[in-house]
Design a binder for this molecule. Structure first.
Ligand code: ZN
Length: 884
């Protein structure tokens, strides 16, 4: 099957084609007359030719999509049809505009028919918007690009009984009753902003309210708007918001700049949340939490996303992006900031471990696949496809590199300078780097390559000890594999935070590099700037073990450390990240050996060091249960697959299952002892220490359940007795693997929680991630369950996303039925919600990572998707790049 011919294939947008806008919009006055079937939007734009535009005679072009134009005036006079054109793409062009004009348009839209959840849509009878990246053009005609920043006023009229609450950006500026049971409200946003930050929320909502006093003494009203009945699930979101506001003042000096901060929660949402100025809109998943319905992971998600969106107020809103290629300017930086914040709330080390685990699980595979792109991409077909782990998480790692390179104080000065230079304007990644460089006096030009070059660099280390000279030479080499469109890679500046341990005693040694006068204690950072660099350490009394990439000082793959060194590091390193990582790398190496043996048809064998490590970990767990909980589980199936030339999901799963059973049996006493010792966790609290104890206890339970029926009975008892969702769900996920216990436990869970949509999502996910043989068939069947709907993105992700991305063993079932059901779902979803469909198709694009016949079956399903009629741009881009 061939791709559609190039004449009809969607066109790519290129970064180097950026041109300043022809017109600026000084002010936008919007009026909404809300109706689900026919909302009328009247807009008055004060437009002015951009003095910085290249072409001083360019036409005025306004984006539009699916708008029904009811009327148009220029400077107060009806504008004749001969003076403008409506393009096939929905845009409006005025070929000969004057240099200053007032343009009034009146359009009609149908929010209730908007199943894409981009623009103005309805959900549960209420109105919500999502405008990033290009949704505003589905609301009214506008230059819908982030470098056009405008002062907005918004008036909303709607039926008072059905839509008692009327919200938009900025500060409230009046409200009153109108005719025919209608009422109105007016909002004024004093800060100029791009259209993607526009928001409107209206409906039957209730507020949970509080306030925050800023550092300069202003009281800000905080409201979280939810459906009636959800008020008791907002406390943690509110608490996280207040802590975020305080933290941003203390760490960056950023103060909130409006009188009110509104958050609205909605069940139908394509992403996590959106930072609209003064009116954040959130997926309910990242607002609503109470102990009996939300897990520890959910609580952490709420804290992180609340912080992330709040932090955008300065990094994203006050200073925004010039164009969408600069997306990481706001996203990478804001993820870095929310990671810093969450680290400061609890254990920095544990937070770092979790973030790196996430990066490796999502970003590394992306960087090695057909959608690999630089943190600052060079082209896209559908910008929606570039809200990726690379732009967000790798982008945050690159900001961290700059932070590491220049230090916290210079970084803070750099942020001040960045905001001073670019406040109320649209900036580029280069502008950010220049501010950091100017504030620190450090030449950061080489770091630009981290934004330009895709792929995960591989770093190898080789040590040589010269006993006579008491000298240790460390050679570091780097290499980045080719990615689509970038066959040749240049070396990147890689900070390698490191130390040396004495191989015999495991103690940390002071280090003195050749040429230095004094030895240093503790971690130091080596800069690997070329393809290869040698570092010579003097006065090294005995052969050392190098501890490298402490704290994960760069987003690279460190390869080839010998097993005995990994064991020493896992037991003794002073850096918690390297200690954790070395344990994981050791286990991974052993497991990959077992996978190879399994493929040769040999018996699996067992490395007793793995059981020893578990016992040692449990023995020392009291010092830091949260760390112990991270170190206890074996590396995940995806992490192992990524280290093979070609993945073998089945062999990996069987080896991992075998090992879990064996370790569970060998360490049963210690596991049971820890499990029981941590039994009394008291009333639920989502603080780091309590989460750590629950995680550790549930990690013990998982091993015990893997070992056999005794453990399964423990899980059943925990499922029946637990009062918080963390413990209930941990038990349920184990029971679901058992033919004996699974069906009854799942039925009981559904019966108990059928009225809570976020909990029902969990019920779908657990079944989708089961290793049981019938899982693919079960996922098919569950799509016909009355609670399933392709129209709700959370539901789609919880069933189909969880299956395709969270269950490699059953997704890559030899029958191919996993691939076929995913392709069927993508084809059915694409006309309803293209953005969610394009995300869902991703796993099929990774077919080159599988061996035949799996790879061929995946490819054919991808071809079937690509051949579907009227495919959206986004799904087309993912499928065609997957096949290229
Ligand atoms: Zn963001």
């Amino acid at each position: 099957m061939a791709a559609p011919d190039t004449a009809t294939a969607p066109r790519a947008i290129h970064r180097l084609d950026y041109r300043p806008p022809a017109f600026l919009v000084d002010s936008a006055d919007l009026h909404f007359d809300l109706d689900p079937a026919a909302t009328v939007v009247r807009s008055t734009l004060v437009l002015r030719r951009n003095p910085k535009a290249e072409d001083r005679h360019a036409p005025l072009r306004l984006d539009g999509e699916g708008l029904t134009l009811l009327g148009i005036k220029v400077d107060g006079v009806p504008f004749p049809k001969t003076h403008y054109t409506l393009g096939e793409d929905g845009s409006l062009t005025v070929p000969n505009p004057s240099d200053i004009l007032v343009l009034e348009t009146e359009v009609r839209i149908a929010p209730e028919e908007n199943t894409a959840f981009s623009g103005l849509y309805t959900s549960g009878g209420n109105f919500y918007t999502q405008c990033e990246a290009e949704g505003f053009r589905r609301i009214t005609f506008f230059p819908d690009r982030p470098d056009v920043m405008t002062r907005f006023t918004v008036a909303i009229t709607a039926d008072k009984a059905r839509y008692p609450v009327l919200l938009s950006n900025g500060n409230p500026a009046g409200a009153g009753d109108g005719e025919g049971g209608k009422h109105w409200a007016k909002w004024e946003d004093p800060h100029p902003k791009p259209s993607y930050l526009f928001a409107l929320v209206a409906g039957d909502l209730v507020a949970v309210s509080d306030y925050f006093t800023t550092k300069s003494g202003r009281d800000v009203v905080l409201n979280i708007w939810v459906r009636a009945g959800d008020e008791d699930k907002c406390a943690y979101a509110m608490d996280s918001l207040k802590r975020s506001m305080k933290w941003d003042e203390e760490v960056y000096g950023f103060e909130y700049d409006l009188d009110v901060f509104n958050i609205a929660a909605v069940s139908d949402f394509n992403m996590g949340a959106m930072e609209n100025k003064g009116l954040n809109v959130f997926n309910t998943k990242f607002v609503l939490a109470k102990p009996d319905t939300a897990t520890d992971g959910d609580y952490q998600g709420v804290e992180t996303v609340i912080a992330h969106e709040y932090f955008h107020n300065w990094t994203g809103n006050r200073v925004t992006c010039r164009d969408w290629f600069q997306l990481s300017l706001k996203e990478g930086l804001t993820v870095f900031r929310d990671q810093q914040f969450s680290g400061d709330q609890g254990s920095r080390a544990v937070k770092r471990i979790r973030d790196v685990r996430g990066l490796r699980a999502a970003q590394f595979p992306e960087d090695a696949g057909p959608m690999a792109h630089p943190v600052r991409p060079d082209s896209y077909i559908e910008i929606d496809n570039f809200y990726t782990p690379t732009v967000y998480q790798k982008g945050a790692e690159v900001v961290r590199l700059l932070h590491t390179r220049i230090g916290a104080q210079a970084f803070r000065r750099g942020m001040d300078l960045y905001v001073e230079r670019h406040d109320n304007s649209a900036a580029t990644i280069e502008d950010f780097r220049a501010a950091m460089q100017d504030a620190s006096g450090v030449d950061l030009s080489a770091f630009a390559k981290w934004y330009e070059q895709a792929g995960t660099p591989e770093v190898t280390a080789e040590g040589e000890y010269d006993e006579a000279a008491r000298r240790y030479t460390l050679t570091l080499r780097q290499k980045t594999p080719p990615t689509p469109g970038q066959p040749e890679k240049r070396p990147l500046p890689i900070p390698v935070a490191m130390g040396l341990l004495d191989a015999g005693t495991g103690r940390e040694q002071p280090t003195r590099l050749q040429g230095e006068n004094e030895a240093r204690t503790g971690t130091r950072t080596l800069m690997l700037e070329d393809a290869e660099a040698r570092f010579v350490f003097e006065d090294v009394p005995a052969p050392p073990v190098p501890s490298l990439l402490r704290g994960f000082s760069a987003p690279v793959k460190l390869k080839g450390l010998p097993l005995d060194q990994l064991r020493t590091l896992a037991a003794r390193d002073t850096d918690p990240f390297t200690r954790w990582d070395s344990g994981q790398q050791y286990a991974a190496a052993v497991m990959l050996g077992m996978v190879a043996a399994h493929r040769r048809g040999e018996p699996p064998g067992f490395d007793p060091a793995l059981a020893e490590a578990v016992r040692a970990n449990l023995a020392g767990a009291d010092a830091d249960p949260a760390f112990a909980a991270e170190a206890l589980p074996l590396p995940g199936e995806g992490f192992l697959a990524d280290q093979m030339d070609l993945a073998d999901p089945e062999a990996i799963h069987l080896v991992r299952r075998h090992l879990r059973r064996r370790i569970g049996a060998e360490c049963a006493d210690a596991l049971r002892e820890t499990y029981e010792r941590l039994a009394d966790t008291g009333p639920y609290s989502p603080d780091g220490a309590s989460i750590g104890r629950r995680s550790l206890r549930n990690a013990c339970l998982a091993y015990l359940a893997a070992a056999g029926e005794d453990g399964m009975r423990l899980a059943r008892a925990q499922f029946d007795a637990a009062a918080n969702m963390t413990d209930v769900l941990a038990a349920l996920s184990l029971l679901a693997e058992s033919e004996e216990h699974g069906p009854a436990a799942l039925a009981a869970f559904h019966a108990r929680w059928r009225g809570d949509e976020l909990v029902v999502d969990k019920w779908f996910s657990i079944q989708a991630m089961s290793a049981q043989a019938g899982t693919a068939a079960r996922v098919r069947e569950l799509q016909r369950h009355p609670d399933f709907s392709l129209r709700n993105p959370n539901r789609v992700r919880s069933l189909l996303g969880a299956f395709a991305s969270g269950n490699p063993y059953r997704f890559h079932n030899r029958s191919g039925e996993g691939y076929a059901l995913l392709a069927d779902a993508v084809i059915a979803l694409d006309p309803i919600n293209a953005s969610t469909a394009a995300r869902l198709v991703g796993p099929l694009g990774l077919w080159r990572r599988q061996a035949p016949p799996l790879s061929g079956m995946m490819r054919r399903e991808l071809e079937r998707v690509l051949a579907a009629p009227n495919l959206s741009k986004g799904t087309y881009e993912k499928a065609s790049k997957g096949l290229a």
